[in-house]
Design a protein around this ligand. Sequence first.
Ligand code: SF4
Length: 457
Amino acid sequence: MQEKFASFLTDSTKKAEDLEHRKKINFNIGRYNAVVPAGKSQFSDLETARERAKNVKWKVMERLDKYLEQFEQNFIRNGGKIIWAENTEQAQQAILKICQEKNCKSMVKSKSMATEEIHLNDFMEENGIESVETDLGEYIQQLDGEPPYHIVTPAMHKSKEDVARLFAEKLNTDINLSPEELTLVAREKLRSKYVEAEIGVTGANFIIADSGSIALTENEGNGRLSCSWPKTHIVLVGIEKVVPSLNDLALFWPLLATFGTGQKITVYNSIISGPRKTDETDGPDEMYLILLDNGRSNLLEPKTRESLYCIRCGACLNACPVYKNIGGHSYGTTYSGPIGSVITPHLKNMGDWKHLSYASSLCGNCTEVCAVKINLHELLLENRHEAVEKGDSSFTERIAWKAWKKASLNRSMMNMGNGSLKNWVVNKVFKGWTTHRSDLDFSKKTFSEMWKKQEEK
Ligand code: SF4
C-alpha cells in the first residue's frame, strides 16, 4: 500500500475513534451552523448571488491569462513588483532573495493558506529568519508546532482549556486564564513583533484585475498591521484568486463572510493598491506580489476547472460528515475536506493522493453548501474515474469490479444463491471491504422472486 494512503488510513481511523475530538469539532461546527442563517438573511436572493459569483469565476477561468496580465500591468502601475512562481521552490527562493536584500531577521505573517502550501515558516527557520504567525488561531497552532486544522479556523480542534494549557506550557501563563485574557497575552507578545519585523507577509482573498489591488479580509486587524508596519510587504497568492473588477467585491465579500464564519461582513476588509505613495503617511516602502501556480494550471483542464472557482470559505469542510469524523490533519495536506480531496491529486499527483477522492460518502452536502456552487461531489467522482483510467487502481480492485459488473448485468447470475450467500461472499470473501465500511446487506429474495410474487398478487 502506498505510504500516503497508509498514513491516511492510520490517522483517520485513530481520529474517528477519538470521542473527545468529535465533541470539540461538533461544538465548534455547531456554533458555526448557528450563526450562518443570520449571515444568509442579508441576501434577498441567495441562490442568484451564489450563481452570479460562480459565473464571475467562470468568466475569469475561461480567460485567466488575460485577467492575470491585466492585474500585473495595473499592479506595476501602482508601484508594486510582480514575481511569477511556478512551484514551491521558486516561491520560497523569491521570498528568500527579498529577505536577503533587506537583511531580514524576522518577519510577521498574517493567515495565508498559500504560505502553508509552500511551508514558508519551516523554510524561513532553516534560513535563520524568524517567521511569526499573527492570526490568533495560526499563532496557537505555531506555538503547538502543528499545521492549521481548517482553512478558515486553524485551531478549530482545540477547546479553550486546550489553549490555556498550551499558553501555560509555552508562555508560562496562568492555566486558568479566560479566552479574553489569553487573547490579551497573544496581543502583547505580537505587538513588539510588528515593530521589529523588516518584512510582512500576507496572502490575498482576491486580487483585482481592473485596479491592480489586493483585497484582504480578516477579523483581528493583524493583517493590516502585518502589511503596513514593516518596510516591505510580500503577498503570496494563488493565480486563481483574480476577480475582474473592484465592483465584484460587493458580491464576494458578503458571500465569503457568510459562508466562512456566518458574519454579514468580515470585521476588517482592506483594499491595498501598491506600496505607500509619496503623499501617504502609512504603508510599506516596497510591495511584492508572488503569483503562485504550484499545480493550479493542471486544474485548468476543462473537467476540473470548476474547482478553481473556490473562494476558500471552508463551508464544505464544516458540512462534510467525513471531515467531522476524521478531522483536518488526517488528510495530510494543506487543503483538507471536500475541496482538498478534489484539488490535491491535481496539485500534487494522482498516484499518491487519489485515496482522498474515495474518502467521501458522496452525500453531496458539500455541493449543497458551496458558496460558489462548485459540483464538488461530481468532481470527486471525476477524480476516481481519472485514477482508474490512468491505471492507479490495484489488480484485485479491478478484478473485483469486473466480476461485480459482469454479475450485476446478468440476471441468471444475480439469481444464483440467496441473500445470506451474497452477504457472505461480499462481506467475508472480499476481505477489506468491511474494514472501513459497515456490512452490505442483500435482500433475502432475488429481484426475480420478488417480481414474481408481485405478479401473483
Ligand atoms: S469549495 Fe466551495 S464551500 Fe468549499 S471552500 Fe471552496 S468555496 Fe467554500
